[in-house]
Design a protein around this ligand. Structure first.
Ligand code: HEM
Length: 430
């Protein structure tokens, strides 16, 4: 069996391939063309995520394929020290502690610290959509990719005029590392990644030079550092910012797009949330399980490891198929069925598991919960255009919609009586 992650059938509907890998002994498959070990079962993916002594993170943010020498030379100039997803012990426990202190990561803290920013940004974007009553819009371009970026820039204290550049840099990083660009494009993307890293360094240095700290993340991280390199260096602060700007943007954009797609492609699902916003958290949990924004994530083995009947040698690159683990019939009944009522949807691995568990999970849930509540309340008749066909960007890790064309309709869907609250219903985070 071969897995071509860039093939249109796999990109559009990977579940058939995941099923075949899940059926192999131990749910493990070696793909010599990709140079990857594919790990699919829920138990093995969960174990790999939680076992940094066997499954290291050093190559998690390195390009998945061999880049051309010119691009490689540029990438080598990016001297960002590993701090988050690419860090191993002993660095990671230290940088993770810094993240836990400086970045809100529980539902309560996120609500308190980031809630007002999220509500303001959701309000602005929904108002912009409402103003286009009757028109066709692309929900990806005009909502799902915009919201997490705007929220993140507010949190980090990035100037508004830099939004476009940061968006292009973050998109470029994902295409360069987990996509399959041509050599000329690799060079362009590597140049832009280097520029992005330099930008993050300047952002941190400017705050340091200014010396006046505010409520933004860069200020909080510098305060935490308190001049002590053993806690966190200035370059590590810049590296965390560099990582957050990508980790918190495309991922949440993916959750929003998948949730809107799942809801609007079956209008009864959308209508159910319009009529009963309390259904939104469970709907988001099932979206995370069924259609994770990141469905494959890399590790490298630091020593040989036996999973079921299969032994993987040391130094092997492994693609943890989070999407397949979320469809493992050993854990989820009727796993290929989208069912917001399933009791165990939260057992998904879409935010990882163990020491690298997503620090932004609570923020992503808050954003998506508020976004769906406001959209269902303000635009209850929202619907996909009849000619819509699902299509995703070519990528091994991020399953990102190219577009989600929809019609703005503030009238309630026909056939059922609904009385939406124009101010936007509030629901707790998913
Ligand atoms: C639906 C949205 C999101 C998804 C699906 C997601 C997914 C993930 C996954 C799978 C990991 C584990 C990586 C590993 O084990 O190596 C991770 C880690 C991480 N995520 Fe998220 N993420 C989301 C949102 C966010 C947000 C909003 C932020 C911050 C603004 C964020 C920041 C991070 C960071 C910094 C890490 C690395 C943590 C560490 O290595 O200790 N993520 N995320």
């Amino acid at each position: 069996m071969r897995l071509n992650p860039f093939d249109e059938p796999y990109l559009t509907d990977p579940a058939g391939v995941w099923r075949r890998i899940l059926d192999e002994p131990g749910g493990v498959h070696h793909d010599p063309d990709l140079g990857l070990w594919l790990i699919s079962s829920h138990a093995h993916v969960r174990r790999a995520l939680a076992d940094p002594a066997t499954f290291g993170n050093a190559l998690t943010l390195a390009p998945i394929y061999d880049v051309c020498p010119e691009a490689l030379q540029l990438i080598m100039q990016i001297d960002a020290p590993p701090t988050t997803a690419a860090a191993d012990p002993p660095v990671h426990p230290r940088t993770r502690r810094a993240l836990r202190v400086t970045f809100a990561n529980t539902a309560d803290r996120v609500e308190q610290r980031y809630g007002p920013i999220v509500r303001r940004r959701v309000g602005e974007l929904v108002a912009r959509l409402v103003a286009r009553q009757g028109e066709r819009v692309d929900l990806v371009r005009e909502f799902s990719t915009e919201l997490p970026l705007l929220v993140l820039l507010d949190l980090l204290g990035v100037p508004e005029q830099d939004i476009g550049r940061v968006r292009d840099w973050a998109d470029g990083q994902i295409a360069l590392i987990w996509g399959r660009p041509e050599p000329a494009e690799q060079v362009r993307l590597a140049e832009s990644l280097l520029e992005f890293w330099r930008y993050c360094q300047r952002l941190v240095q400017a705050r340091l030079d200014d010396g006046r700290y505010g409520e933004d993340y860069v200020s909080l991280a510098l305060e935490y550092r308190d001049g002590d390199d053993d806690r966190l260096t200035v370059t590590e602060v810049a590296s965390i910012v560099f990582n957050l700007l990508v980790a918190g943007h495309e991922t949440t954009a993916g959750l929003l797009a998948h949730a809107l797609d799942q809801a609007l492609s079956e209008p009864d699902r959308w209508r159910a949330m319009v009529e009963e916003p309390a259904r939104i958290p469970a709907f988001l949990s099932e979206t995370l399980r069924y259609a994770p924004a990141i469905d494959g994530w890399l590790r490298i083995t630091l020593r040989p490891v036996t999973l079921g009947e299969v032994t993987i040698p040391a130094g092997a690159r492994c693609l943890l198929l989070i999407g397949a683990a979320n469809r493992d019939p050993a854990v989820f009944a009727h796993p290929d069925r989208f069912d917001p009522g399933r009791p165990d949807a939260a057992d998904h691995l879409s935010f990882g598991h163990g020491p690298h568990f997503c620090i932004g999970a609570a923020l992503a849930r808050l954003e998506a919960g508020i976004a769906l509540a406001r959209l269902t309340a303000a635009i209850p008749g929202l619907r996909l255009t009849p000619d819509h066909r699902r299509s995703y960007k070519p990528n091994v890790a991020f399953r990102a919609h190219r577009a989600l064309p929809a019609i703005i309709d503030v009238a309630p869907p026909t056939g059922r009586a609904v009385a939406p609250d124009p101010a936007g219903a509030e629901v707790p985070a998913a």
